[in-house]
Ligand binder design. Structure first.
Ligand SMILES: [Zn+2]
Ligand SMILES: [Zn+2]
Length: 265
């Protein structure tokens, strides 16, 4: 039975030479498909090569992560175009969004940085709309602003996933009523994350997608250690118990949901 890691970052494994071992362990855990998510031009290029060498295993996305947005963002976003032509194109634009977590507490210092992130986000949403690709949203301490930007962009919400969802059921319903969805990392296995579990249940199985977001955020029982795609299985088992269905059904459903969302075979 196949599992699919709908959001991982393989660039560090590649740079450190660990990728073959990581992919072997993923296969041994029946995690048979990986979507590796772009954050800046350096990883986009690595991922394009990986998709060429592993076409049935790996798909990739391109996007400028909000934490990577600098004054030169327009030039960087323009470079996405090079990836949108030719074979083995990206399957989504992302991860893009707003991240207010690391900004200065002083609002007069934070405001211009928020404006920069919003401009880069709006530009990439417009691009995704133009080329008709789904979008992977990174949203941290910025939920209402993210909603507003996406509403303003006029994107089809069926093509929107808020990844690493860490809000509660009220917020997930705001996505759901628009036609959007949330995907869940190992955070859902953490003792303190009751609101995240309630959000997953409120969204329901029909839109559930699972991800590792590795190398960050390892699920229990690996919490605190580096994460990898094979550990998706722990999150899947946890969610099967949460939804009171068997692991095989959970795996089939979430894999189908992610394949449909990204347009994968
Ligand atoms: Zn993210
Ligand atoms: Zn990520």
């Amino acid at each position: 039975m196949p599992f699919l890691d709908s959001h991982c970052h393989l660039d560090r494994f590649f740079r450190e030479g660990n990728l073959p071992a990581i992919l072997d362990r993923a296969k041994a855990a029946e995690v048979n498909q990986l979507v590796t998510i772009g954050t800046e031009p350096e990883d986009w290029s690595i991922y394009r090569e990986l998709v060429h060498s592993h076409p049935n295993l790996i798909a990739y996305t391109v996007g400028l992560h909000p934490n990577e947005v600098k004054e030169d963002w327009q030039q960087v976003v323009a470079a996405i175009d090079e990836h949108l032509v030719g074979e083995r194109r990206p399957v989504a634009v992302g991860e893009i969004g707003l991240d207010y977590f690391r900004l200065p507490k002083d609002e007069s210092k934070a405001a211009p940085l928020k404006d920069l992130q919003k401009a880069a986000f709006a530009s990439q949403l417009a691009l995704a709309k133009q080329v008709d690709l789904p979008v992977v949203i990174h949203c941290r301490d910025s939920f209402n602003d993210c909603l507003r930007c996406i509403d303003d962009a006029g994107i089809d919400w069926a093509k929107v996933v808020f990844h690493c969802f860490s809000e509660g059921p009220d917020q997930v319903l705001l996505l759901r009523e628009r036609g959007g969805r949330a995907s869940f990392t190992g955070i859902i296995t953490y003792g303190s994350a009751e609101n995240v579990r309630q959000a997953a249940l409120a969204q329901g199985l029909d839109r559930l997608m699972l991800e590792t977001d590795c190398p960050y955020l390892a699920p229990a029982p690996h919490r605190g250690n580096p994460n990898e795609p094979a550990f998706l299985r722990h999150t899947a088992k946890f969610c099967a118990d949460l939804f009171e269905i068997d692991l095989e059904t959970l795996g089939q459903l979430t894999t189908l949901n992610a394949r449909t969302f990204y347009g994968l075979e």
